[in-house]
Design a binder for this molecule. Structure first.
Ligand code: GAL
Length: 426
């Protein structure tokens, strides 16, 4: 269990700085305004996440030396960032927002905060900073709501990657498997030696749902998968049970304690050689880097080549942000070239700016990912806020958690149909 790092980074204004600002009336207004506090709320407390967020602060600080940066990060919980999202929701409802907060681009931001009127549009920044031209166009279209932009994406993560522990895969005598058939062949070879082929951490709901979304993408194909979340593909389609059955079969090869390990801790199972492969997003790349683990390799998830399941982390401007000027200065850093090229190499993701990603700080995985992103079919991740509204994601995540526990394919198919109906889509 990781502890909240709330407030771990605090720098103070310094009396000398205040005096200097007060005494020199010729200072530009921007500099004179750079005092006070900046509270940034996120769920980034894991290896890779912490360093990447710090890299953004490291760009912000020299530009805003008088500002007290308060890193309010809250770890773990149900689903991706569940604890943090719950606390955030309470604060937003109470009219006590942080200055800015981490939120997934797409439905998560729009349905949870924008529609409720609790965010400021930030088109003025897209204009003044030139983001409309340098940010990926497709992502801008998905992010827009009511013709406005509501947050600044710092990255693009990919959710459909399978990560391998090289030493364990070698014990199967096979190459990294690209298809389900090859994966099951590897899994059988490893099972005969008592080695789990698949790592899952499902003590809190989330990782099983993440794993299943990538199976849905492979089984339905990109267009019909997208249709599941728009109503164009029926949840009574027989391929749903195919996907659930495939996942059910994979669970025969999982780490035996998968219901008592947290999703946030499961990457350590790959590092420690407790399982040969794991399906997870490319924050795993940042995690491995932080832990200096190098004996890994990766592929698109089984039978999922050519599909790029995307999500983006972003920051926005809550209405009544207590330190609005500092929040605006923060957002500028998030969208800047220096910000994105500082953050992404550590986070494991790729930048959203077309002029970023060219430095030596990016690794082989990231160079490969940038190329894949340019050529693949992009689909939205559901667990990570891009494809569906938060209430539906919560139902989906919870029903898949039940499925991972009771492994009842028919019951899960009915529950997922019900969830879609409740969401008003089926
Ligand atoms: C995702 C988030 C990533 C990473 C991950 C960890 O939802 O977008 O930045 O933090 O959760 O589970």
């Amino acid at each position: 269990m990781r502890l909240s790092r709330r407030g771990f980074l605090r720098t103070s204004v310094g009396t000398a700085g205040l005096l200097a600002v007060g005494a020199n009336l010729t200072l530009p207004p921007l500099l004179a305004a750079a005092a006070g506090k900046l509270e940034i709320f996120s769920w980034w407390t894991s290896p890779g996440e912490v360093e990447a967020l710090q890299a953004l602060y490291d760009v912000f600080k020299p530009q805003n030396p008088g500002v007290d940066v308060v890193n309010a990060a809250l770890a773990g919980g149900t689903g991706a960032g569940g604890n943090m999202k719950a606390v955030l929701q309470t604060r937003m409802l109470a009219g006590q927002p942080p200055d800015s907060f981490q939120v997934h681009l797409g439905h998560e931001l729009i349905d949870s905060h924008v529609k409720a009127g609790r965010m400021e549009p930030i088109d003025f920044l897209y204009e003044s900073e030139g983001w409309a031209n340098v940010f990926n166009q497709q992502v801008q279209q998905i992010a827009a709501s009511d013709g406005h932009q509501w947050s600044v994406p710092v990255n693009i993560h990919r959710s459909n990657i399978i990560w391998f522990n090289n030493d364990l895969v070698a014990k199967s005598g096979m190459a990294n498997p690209a298809s389900f058939d090859d994966w099951f062949a590897m899994a059988d070879a490893l099972k005969a030696q008592g080695i789990p082929a698949l790592a899952i951490g499902e003590s809190n709901p989330g990782h099983a749902a993440h794993t299943l979304e990538t199976i849905l993408q492979a089984v339905f194909g990109p267009n019909d998968y997208k249709g599941l979340w728009t109503g164009a593909t029926s949840w009574t389609d027989p391929r749903l049970k195919d996907a659930l059955s495939t996942f059910n079969r994979m669970l025969d090869y999982v780490n035996p304690d998968y219901l008592s390990v947290a999703g946030a801790d499961i990457t350590d199972y790959i590092i420690a050689g407790k399982a040969a492969s794991m399906i997870n997003g490319d924050w795993t790349n940042g995690y491995f880097k932080s832990k200096k683990f190098t004996s890994f390799s990766y592929l698109p998830t089984p039978s999922g080549a050519g599909v790029y399941s995307a999500l983006a982390d972003s920051f926005g401007l809550p209405v009544n942000a207590p330190d609005r000027d500092n929040a605006v200065a923060w957002l500028k850093v998030c969208g800047s070239l220096a910000g994105q090229d500082g953050f992404n190499p550590l986070k494991g993701s790729i930048p959203i700016r077309s002029d970023a990603g060219k430095t030596a700080a990016y690794d082989d995985y990231q160079r490969w990912a940038m190329n894949e992103f340019a050529n693949d079919t992009i689909v939205p991740s559901v667990v990570h806020g891009f494809a569906a509204k938060e209430s539906w994601v919560t139902d989906y995540v919870n029903y898949v958690n039940v499925f991972a526990t009771n492994r009842d394919v028919d019951a899960a198919a009915n529950a997922l149909l019900q969830a879609a109906q409740d969401a008003g889509v089926a």
